[in-house]
Design a binder for this molecule. Sequence first.
Ligand SMILES: [Ca+2]
Length: 168
Amino acid sequence: MPRPVGACDVPNASMEDSPGGFPTGWQPYVFPGQCAGEGVSRTTEDAHTGAASLRIVDTSTGCTGAVSSAVPITPGLPYRVGMWAKAVEGTPQVGVFLAYYTSADAPYLSYATKIPFAGSPGPEWTQIGGTTQQVVGATHVRLWAYAPMGAAGVTLVDDFVLRADIGS
Ligand SMILES: [Ca+2]
């Protein structure tokens, strides 16, 4: 399949690599008092492509999700972010944030401008995402898959996509 124009290399976008147990290039999201870094894991129970996906369990006692390592972007361009999601229990809501940073080693989800796209996945794999105008001064983004508090359920997510929106 031809590589789409403007496509970026999302680290381990299909969750296939995991020598340490958690998908390489990703880490559980931790935010003191709200997100304990629990409820998110790699699974091989189902996948959009390949053998693995990311399993997000939302008990609605806190938020849960995973954040990618930094991906360099081209200054000035709008970016499209997306992921494939499938509900396997309950009626979950999930979203994908694009978090913009002014350097590759900016602190973990600090000093980021976060632009969310959220949806309610059904029993089939569907894509969630959208296009953002770039934040002025940003040089890198991290992708952040998350389940906010308030909609308990279990979601599988897979195949993250990031590309500059410069035509097809
Ligand atoms: Ca996969």
